[in-house]
Design a protein around this ligand. Structure first.
Ligand SMILES: Nc1ncnc2c1ncn2[C@@H]1O[C@H](COP(=O)(O)OP(=O)(O)OP(=O)(O)O)[C@@H](O)[C@H]1O
Length: 306
């Protein structure tokens, strides 16, 4: 379990994390999302005691990370996969880490095996690919068999096989009752991995919900196709007819509607004698829900493509 209460971090005049309170529960994978600069890395550093909060508290298994007598057994973290001496071998890196906690060498071999690195255990880390470096970072996080895992962009640089492996690993760790906090910018991957999502925007929590609720809450859209699309759109948007309706054009003969069911649109078309060629409810994705929520929270925006 990770708990934050009123967690705030200021760097000079910049408030990177602003009064953030959340609980990351055991037995599930919690996705940690947010646009660039939203405060995810800062929050993770605060959880790990690598930075001191300006105010508020953060605990791991009921106490601050620094107060754990053997922190590697409480929390394993993957923050920056490049933070390893390049001249060392994977095995010597893990062995040095293990020695700080009197973790037996047999556990080093176990995590090398678990992460698929046994065959390259003696090779210099400097020659590792990004994906191998990520695997080594995950091996280090797993070394102390911790109850809590904090993984910042663990699939970054991994090939599809590696992405699948991380997904299965984190699902298994959660099924064992561990607490897993996982950040990623890959929404499709997150949708397949997380049970719960916490979304930050400009340093604040903008969503904290089970993934189904988060995706469902953004509402369903219906794609409508008609040779008389403009007239149908005009009927639907007739003032007062359907307040809160949102229509997006998808070309001359198609548009997308939020705020009405397919049945309601079909009925309106029949009532006005308008021919329909398509009426498709489209389940929104995690990506849709995320983009809708964070549209106003993005600190560094990209100009819209024309
Ligand atoms: N050491 C620092 N000094 C000054 N400002 C900082 C520092 N660390 C982070 N910031 C600022 O705090 C804000 C939050 O940054 P943070 O790295 O936590 O965001 P993030 O959500 O992890 O972003 P990304 O997805 O890009 O990794 C940003 O505006 C960043 O510029």
């Amino acid at each position: 379990m990770i708990e934050t209460h009123g967690l705030t971090k200021q760097y000079g005049r910049k408030t990177a994390v602003n009064d953030v309170s959340f609980t990351v529960r055991p037995g599930q994978v919690t996705g940690f999302l947010g646009p660039n600069g939203a405060g995810k890395s800062t929050t993770m550093r605060l959880i790990l005691g690598l930075d001191r909060p300006t105010s508020g508290t953060v605990t791991v298994l009921g106490r601050s990370y620094a107060d754990h007598p053997a922190p590697l057994h409480a929390l394993g973290a993957l923050l920056d996969a490049k933070g390893v001496h390049p001249g060392r071998s994977a095995r010597s890196h893990l062995s040095a880490l293990a020695a700080t906690h009197r973790i037996p060498v047999s556990r080093v071999d176990e995590v090398l095996e678990m992460t698929g690195l046994s065959s390259v255990a003696g090779k210099r880390v400097g020659g590792f690919s990004l994906g191998m470096g990520q695997r080594l970072g995950i091996a280090a996080a797993m070394l102390g068999d911790p109850q809590v895992l904090l993984l910042d962009e663990p699939v970054n640089g991994l090939d599809p096989d590696g992405v699948y492996w991380v997904r299965r690993l984190v699902r298994q760790l959660a099924a064992e009752g561990r607490t897993v906090l996982l950040s990623s910018h890959l929404m499709s991957e997150m949708a397949q991995t997380a049970d719960h999502v916490i979304v930050l925007g400009r340093g604040k929590v903008v969503a904290d919900a089970p993934i189904g609720e988060f995706v469902g809450g953004s509402g369903q859209r219906v794609t409508v196709g008609s040779p008389d699309a403009a007239r149908l759109a005009a009927v639907l948007t007739d003032p007062g007819a359907h307040p809160g309706l949102d229509i997006e054009s998808l070309g001359e003969h198609r548009f997308s509607v939020a705020g009405m069911t397919a049945a309601e649109i079909g009925r309106a078309a029949v009532e006005h004698g308008i021919e329909l060629h398509e009426l498709t409810p489209v389940a929104s994705s995690l990506e849709d829900a995320y983009l809708a929520l964070t549209r106003d929270e993005v600190e560094y925006t990209t100009p819209q493509a024309a």
